[in-house]
Ligand binder design. Structure first.
Ligand SMILES: [Ca+2]
Ligand SMILES: [Ca+2]
Length: 202
């Protein structure tokens, strides 16, 4: 269970959830024959239900695939479920554009920011996505003002290597602001609050 102290710490943050809706999210490689999209939807809704209790002015949401990067501000879980119903997996993985959109939502208030990205594949432009993160890190005054947690859905080995590089080995950053976990690792935490605090401290 999360302590009051932990919840007080996290109430200083805006939470922004970025959802990869690229075509490969339709791959049915999750146990029980489910698609990555269905599995991610269930997990993301559960995390958002917990985060919405902490983030008093609502969550930020970015949904990205192909040339379609949609942003929503101040949303609740019902809105997130509605967006899931409207989108289905198609197109490529514009991660750099999605991170840029998430940072734009983050910049709307003075709160600290926590961005959680659910993604399954290698982005369209690896270097561009890394540059967005590096530039954000280098603008920060403190390590905890922004954290980006990547949650990998499915088992794409190249995507796993890329996200691990962002987490452990991204050169030229003032602060290490990235944590990367598989969706199975993320689900093992006792609570969403524990997962978020672990990522902030990474
Ligand atoms: Ca908020
Ligand atoms: Ca890290």
């Amino acid at each position: 269970m999360a302590t009051e102290q932990q919840i007080a710490t996290l109430s200083e943050y805006d939470f922004i959830v970025a959802i990869d809706a690229s075509g490969s999210m339709g791959t049915e490689d999750i146990k029980g024959g489910r698609s990555r999209w269905a599995f991610m939807q269930e997990t993301a809704e559960s995390f958002c239900r917990d985060l919405a209790k902490i983030d008093a002015d609502g969550l930020g949401l970015v949904v990205f695939s192909g040339t379609n990067v949609e942003s929503f501000d101040g949303v609740d879980v019902a809105k997130i479920s509605e967006v899931f119903k409207q989108r289905s997996p198609r197109g490529s993985t514009p991660l750099a554009e999605a991170l840029t959109a998430a940072l734009k939502l983050a910049g709307k208030s003075d709160k600290k920011d926590f961005i959680i990205v659910f993604t399954d594949g290698v982005p369209d432009d690896k270097d561009a996505a890394a540059k967005v993160i590096r530039d954000a890190s280098n603008k920060q005054e403190t390590d905890d003002s922004l954290t980006i947690l990547f949650v990998q859905v499915g088992y794409d080995a190249e995507a796993g290597r890329y996200l691990k590089m962002l987490d452990d080995d991204l050169k030229g950053c003032k602060f290490d602001i990235v944590d990367a976990k598989t969706i199975e690792e993320a689900e093992k935490f006792a609570s969403t609050v524990d997962l978020v605090i672990d990522a902030i401290n990474d």
